[in-house]
Design a protein around this ligand. Structure first.
Ligand SMILES: NC(=O)c1ccc[n+]([C@@H]2O[C@H](COP(=O)([O-])OP(=O)(O)OC[C@H]3O[C@@H](n4cnc5c(N)ncnc54)[C@H](OP(=O)(O)O)[C@@H]3O)[C@@H](O)[C@H]2O)c1
Length: 282
């Protein structure tokens, strides 16, 4: 198997591989390293982790085991909302780097908004991590339109992305427009809606027409839109391979439109009660 070649999405000098490998909810350590290693062998050059996931150590081990030069791999990690105060934030970044055995990440994100800490304080800590060379790029995750307006106004360094839930089953049109207005890329988490759309008749039909799988069509629909990347998680080698093999076909305008209508379902699969912001209306 030859490694896949993946295009990048670009903003503020950042070139993020449009498909990354998500590492949330992972199995036991030995298998975790094996999975990350397999992703790198298939051609993934973007790994998405977070302090909260408990997978940073395995990401570091997988990268070292792969022999792929560090500078060829885009590593994203995130600071949880429990560490939104500046001192805690800085400690979290240091711990992430130490855990991964890396001296910097390519992208550092505020994982979830924290209403109890002034956003300017957290943004200051985020920007400081960049200025100190610990993060090449910075961004946010799960930010709504009002939070994005505030963050882009207050952050001393440019934000490159908002990592949000986006897939064929959710309407994020207004939030995506806001990201674009502010010059941010969109990184989609849960891009397969944890599998919810994989037996949708429209997706199944279009997949058959292209001789692709439903997952490939769902991911292709997403990355075929400008400035949008995805970080699917898969625990089967075959699915890891499948999810990156989406750049050798294209959906027609009509197919894009048909799949685009599925958003009316407005299914949000990542909606944790303790930290959800007031989501934007569709
Ligand atoms: N910023 C945030 O707050 C946030 C929140 C959630 C997720 N994330 C990031 O986004 C990543 C992905 O999100 P997610 O894991 O929640 O959901 P997801 O990627 O939408 O879905 C993962 C599910 O889809 C299945 N799957 C993957 N590829 C498949 C394929 N080719 N065919 C059939 N089924 C397939 C997986 O099955 P198996 O597991 O059985 O292989 C798994 O059950 C996470 O790992 C994390 O890095 C970020």
């Amino acid at each position: 198997m030859s490694p896949a070649s993946v295009p990048t999405i670009n903003a503020h000098g950042a070139a993020i591989p449009a498909v990354g490998y998500g590492t949330m909810l992972f199995p036991e350590p030995e298998r975790a390293v094996e999975l990350i290693l397999h992703a790198l062998e298939c051609g993934y050059r973007h790994i998405d982790t977070a302090r909260k996931y408990g997978t940073e150590q395995w990401v570091g081990e997988g990268i070292r085991a792969s022999g792929v030069p560090r500078e060829d791999i885009w590593v994203t990690t995130k600071v949880t909302e429990e560490n939104a105060q500046a001192d805690d934030f800085a400690r979290s970044v240091d711990t992430s780097l130490e855990t991964m055995g890396l001296d910097h990440v390519d992208l550092l994100l505020i994982h979830w908004p924290q209403p109890n800490v002034p956003l300017a304080e957290t943004l200051g800590a985020l920007a400081k991590a960049k200025r100190d060379g610990l993060a090449r790029n910075i961004g946010v995750s799960n930010f709504t339109i009002p939070l994005l307006d505030e963050a882009t106004a207050k952050c001393p360094e440019p934000l490159v992305t908002n990592q949000i839930e986006y897939h064929t089953y959710i309407n994020q049109d207004r939030l995506i427009a806001a990201c674009r207005k502010h010059g941010l890329l969109i990184t989609c988490h849960a891009p397969l809606a944890r599998g919810a759309m994989l037996d949708d008749p429209v997706i199944v039909e279009i997949a058959a027409a292209h001789n692709k799988t439903p997952a490939q069509v769902a991911l292709r629909w997403t990355v075929q839109q400008p400035g949008i990347g995805v970080v699917p998680r898969a625990l089967e080698f075959s699915e890891i391979e499948e999810n990156i093999a989406i750049f050798d076909f294209a959906l027609s305008d009509m197919e894009m439109g048909r799949i685009g209508q599925l958003k009316e379902r407005n299914l949000r699969v990542i909606d944790p009660e303790v930290r959800r912001p007031v989501w934007d209306e569709a």
